[in-house]
Design a protein around this ligand. Structure first.
Ligand SMILES: Cc1cc2nc3c(=O)[nH]c(=O)nc-3n(C[C@H](O)[C@H](O)[C@H](O)COP(=O)(O)OP(=O)(O)OC[C@H]3O[C@@H](n4cnc5c(N)ncnc54)[C@H](O)[C@@H]3O)c2cc1C
Length: 317
């Protein structure tokens, strides 16, 4: 760490709590913490950390993280490198750009394709990592390439090489750091896009009240094609949404709605929404999620998978 501290001085903080770094407001300390604002800084710090075998973790807005109460015993690098550039109908975005800034930009320009991502917290890099999406749109729909850093050099991945599937990407299986993301978008009507974005936001606000302490939906929805006929028969009448059965339907079927442990509560109105009601712990969150995923497995023979990234915690299955 000496070299990092020599390089970045007092900007390197110690013992910053993940309560301050995540929307869930849970988690122990980051032993070392640095916020980077330029690509040069990001590449420098990652190179030094990699050379010195210092464990490091890239975070952005922390809206998809459940971090253990022990925190992270290494260096947490927060990416806030933000910029949007347009060339004709192509847009190149720095990974730390807030996703909403990109969505707003496309609305102003009249580029359809991202309007239904309105209201999703986080950065564009975080969205690409987890192939974030909502209401039938995903961040990868019009993405053409991603430039990233492998710890020693910059590489460019085409869309095909990013292996995007439902809430998955090649980035989840690698240590690649996403730097710039390029989209090529069609042209549409600004008025129509604006009205779709407003309707989307109205729908979202019913589920996510302002200030809610959560990491979004906890479990991934289940691909309908992966379900056996027996499981389908056990479910109440349901609507397949974009080829998926919502995870809440399974969790509701095992009495998840309103269940709680310590200060963690599953919403009364949505069984896939785990909320920190105050000073909740990661241990209680994990335990509650595990108990209900086990109940789902027993009743439906379905293994729910977390959509949220677990840091320094055991897997749920
Ligand atoms: C209220 C609420 C509503 C939500 N609604 C939705 C929704 O509708 N749809 C949806 O898909 N998600 C939703 N989410 C989840 C979350 O907003 C998204 O997953 C978001 O894209 C995460 O971005 P972030 O910047 O916060 O990433 P973080 O939470 O900071 O990080 C998430 C993961 O991405 C990795 N990562 C971040 N940046 C980089 C980078 N530059 N390079 C490499 N890896 C990186 C991190 O290491 C981590 O593993 C919601 C969350 C909340 C709190």
């Amino acid at each position: 760490m000496d070299e990092i501290i020599k390089h970045f001085g007092s900007r390197v903080k110690t013992d910053i709590s993940f309560k301050e770094l995540t929307t869930l407001q849970i988690g122990g300390p980051a032993k070392y913490f640095l916020k980077v604002q330029t690509e040069k800084e990001l590449l420098e710090i990652v190179k030094i950390a990699a050379k010195g075998n210092i464990p490091y973790l890239i975070v952005a807005s922390g809206s998809n993280l459940l971090v253990s109460d022990q925190g992270f015993d290494g260096l947490v690098i927060q990416n806030s490198i933000s910029a949007i550039e347009k060339d004709d109908n192509s847009i190149t975005v720095k990974s730390g750009t807030p996703l909403q800034d990109l969505v707003n930009f496309t609305l102003e320009q009249g580029f359809p394709g991202l309007q239904k991502l309105t209201g999703i917290p986080g950065t564009v890099g975080g969205a690409v990592y987890g192939n974030a999406g909502a209401y039938g749109q995903t961040i990868s729909d019009y993405l053409t390439e991603v430039s990233c850093f492998d710890g020693s050099q910059k590489i460019t991945k085409t869309r095909e090489n990013c292996h995007f599937t439902y809430r998955e990407s090649a980035f989840k299986q690698s240590k690649l750091i996403i730097l710039d993301i390029k989209f090529t978008l069609p042209k549409g009507s600004r008025e129509l896009l604006q009205s779709e974005a407003e309707k989307t936001l109205e729908l979202r606000l019913k589920k996510y009240k302002p200030g809610i302490k959560c990491p979004g939906s906890f479990f991934k929805n289940v691909l309908t094609e992966n379900l056996s006929a027996e499981t389908k028969n056990l479910l109440p009448p349901y609507k397949d949404t974009f080829g998926k059965i919502p995870a809440w339907l399974f969790l509701e079927g095992v009495g998840g709605k309103g269940a709680s442990l310590g200060k963690i509560k599953i919403a009364d109105f949505h069984a896939n929404l785990f909320i920190n009601q105050g000073d909740g712990t990661a241990a209680d969150f994990w335990q509650l999620a595990w108990e209900y995923s086990e109940k789902v497995k027993e009743k439906y023979q379905v293994q729910l998978e977390p959509e949220v990234q677990l840091i320094n915690l055991p897997p749920l299955s």
